[in-house]
Design a protein around this ligand. Sequence first.
Ligand code: NAD
Ligand code: ZN
Ligand code: ZN
Length: 387
Amino acid sequence: MRALTYHGSKDVRVDTVPDPTLAAPDDLILRVTATAICGSDLHLYRGKIPDLHTGDVLGHEFMGVVEEVGSGVTDLKPGDRVVVPFVIACGECFHCKLAEHAACETTNTGKGAAVNQKGIRSPAALFGYSHLYGGVSGGQAEYVRVPKANVGPLRVPDALPDEQVLFLSDILPTGYQAAINAGVKPGSTVAIFGAGPVGLMAAACCRLLGAETIFMVDHLAYRLAFAAQTYGVTPVDFSQIEDPAQYIVTQTNGRGVDASIEAVGFEAEGSALETALTTLKVEGSSGVAIRQCIAATRRCGTVSIPGVYSGFLHGFLLGDAFDKGLTFKMGQTHVQGLMPELLDYIGEGALDPGVIITHRLPLEEAVRGYELFDRKEEDCRKVILIP
Ligand code: NAD
Ligand code: ZN
Ligand code: ZN
């Protein structure tokens, strides 16, 4: 089959690789009908995440039609159309029983399991996300093996086209969990940093939960304009406004927003001011967006962090966070538990995640898809690939 494979930093290729086969009774083989490129794939693409091997198949946002099932698959059969969560969870361990699927203790048997020998169990395995997360082959491919098929894949109604339900695999529940973690309720004021797919889904979900005012910070004018038009956010362009947090505070009675959502991650870019502040940067993550969240949030407010971090963070102003009495919530999304209600919202027309798609490419053109999304060229918001 054809699949998007990793060969090194900024070197991905569409190759012919062996077809996947069933490896456990509760596996299924999926024929992929649509798959997306995620901001998390960009961390891999840019060589920022360790333990990728040459030839690894990437991709963790995908859906399709069940081709074959193992003898232990109870609910699904060939021909069923499903969306697959990017997190692989067993459904039976301590965390899965608490609906904390991203913390599943049993599915990550790769390198990630070995590096955590200090008694800290590794988090769940993820599709297409390096051997730290289990080394499971991804879904930017014609076919993919789906482990734990009794727990993850969600059947979707034929009436809903792929583009409307594909993002149940990751970015829609990620935006939803970010909004829930932010404690958004009717009347809330929120600042979302990052107008990428995750930030946009967070904006949609904040609206759904009744947020009144949403500030959205980015430096890509085309993304901010879309968010303003679609979700009614107040755009804050950090290429024009040097200190977005300061600006947001002045717009909120000098207090700051009830909650900030950091939808950027450890590769955040800084304004001139921030770049100056980070000249002492040592190895670790850029803390630009987190510092801005702390500064933009009112006392006793919440900072919700769906953006991915790795290693330690430079310039985390814990003193400011303590002084303000902030609450922090973060982490990978517990996708499985959030998918059913989000599917209902899509069915009712309360959410329409497919509107953010700008590029639909054949899988054969996946390399161009990565280049466009990485460089944010051609006003690229979200790329989907059709095998
Ligand atoms: P993206 O790269 O398209 O979006 C990031 C956006 O942040 C871009 O528009 C960029 O211009 C903007 N940005 C950069 N620096 C900024 C700054 N200092 N302030 C404000 N905006 C800034 O990616 P995406 O798909 O939207 O993903 C965003 C983050 O969410 C990534 O870190 C990704 O890994 C993460 N993510 C996490 C989960 C999870 O389970 N928690 C799931 C999916 C994605
Ligand atoms: Zn993703
Ligand atoms: Zn589990």
